[in-house]
Write a protein that binds this ligand. Structure first.
Ligand code: KMH
Ligand code: ZN
Length: 277
């Protein structure tokens, strides 16, 4: 197990609003400031969703380019743009986001029911997105919400659309995906190909326990206001940096320390040539 842990800060997500937590960053400037705070607290990767002027999820390419540029000016953290964007956003618009050329972007491999909505990731579109990411040198992080998604990832590898080692998120606790439990996490980890670089995304109440279990198993970890708005019961998070600081403390208690950006580049096999900003 690597003694350093790559911490990803998921700064905003598509669902929460400032009414849920006024500290949620939504404008490009707020997102860049949150990225810097998270990086200072120990995050090596920032996972980024975009919002329009009304605070709704958007796949607007100009907003994406501006946000990526502002983050890259404000800190060294590796920018990972979400192509999940939000359930109401058209797949073709989501796909175009990689033209903003972040160093990494998410690749959601399966359509599914998602917390009462429909999350469209059609097989042919997923293959087009993987192909375009490879052309642009944008490194994919595969989002796996259930055991069967791992089989689809294996098909994408076999088709030559995804390079190994795969970088992936094991997402537990989405309504429509695998429930958040330690046996389910262990099952998913056991099915990953050798050399896979993985992190846990624990949604809702399972967030902290599942994150701790993933750390104990040698995985990387993610936190941030996309995944939880609360620092603890009845205590809203004051910032993404606060959540990252808590995760860094937890990792240290478990004998792991936050990876620097350089260490994260090594673990995730991001060559500096991937820095195409
Ligand atoms: N929202 C999480 C359940 C993405 O943005 O592409 C998974 C996620 C995926 O962050
Ligand atoms: Zn996301």
């Amino acid at each position: 197990m690597a003694d350093s842990v790559v911490i990803t800060a998921a700064l905003t997500g598509p669902i929460a609003t400032k009414a849920d937590n006024p500290n949620l960053p939504t404008s490009p400037e707020e997102i860049a400031a949150a990225a810097r705070g998270a990086a200072d607290a120990g995050a090596a990767v920032v996972h980024v969703h975009l919002r329009d002027g009304d605070g709704r999820p958007t796949a607007d390419l100009d907003v994406a380019k501006r946000t990526v540029a502002l983050i890259e000016e404000s800190c060294e953290a590796i920018v990972q743009l979400s192509t999940g964007v939000g359930l109401a956003v058209d797949y073709e618009d989501r796909l175009r986001l990689v033209e903003a050329r972040p160093r990494m972007a998410t690749l959601n491999v399966c359509s599914m029911s998602f917390a009462g909505g429909e999350f469209r990731n059609p097989p042919e579109g997923v293959r087009r997105l993987a192909t375009r990411m490879a052309e642009l040198g944008v490194v994919p992080e595969l989002e796996l919400y259930d055991v069967g998604h791992i089989n689809v990832m294996m098909s994408l590898i076999a088709e030559g659309l995804i390079e190994e080692p795969v970088r992936c998120s094991l997402v537990l606790g989405v309504e429509g995906g695998i429930p958040a439990s330690v046996p389910n996490l262990a099952d998913m980890v056991g099915r990953l190909p050798a050399g896979a670089v993985w992190q846990v995304i624990g949604i809702g109440r399972g967030n902290l326990p599942l994150t701790a279990a993933g750390l104990a198993m040698g995985g990387n970890a993610r936190t941030g206001m996309e995944d939880t708005l609360m620092l603890e019961r009845k205590v809203p998070a004051g910032s993404n940096a606060e959540l990252v600081g808590r995760l860094a403390n937890l990792a240290e208690i478990l004998g792991r320390r936050p990876a620097s950006v350089v260490e994260a580049e090594e673990q995730l096999r991001l060559s500096t040539a991937d820095s195409i900003g």
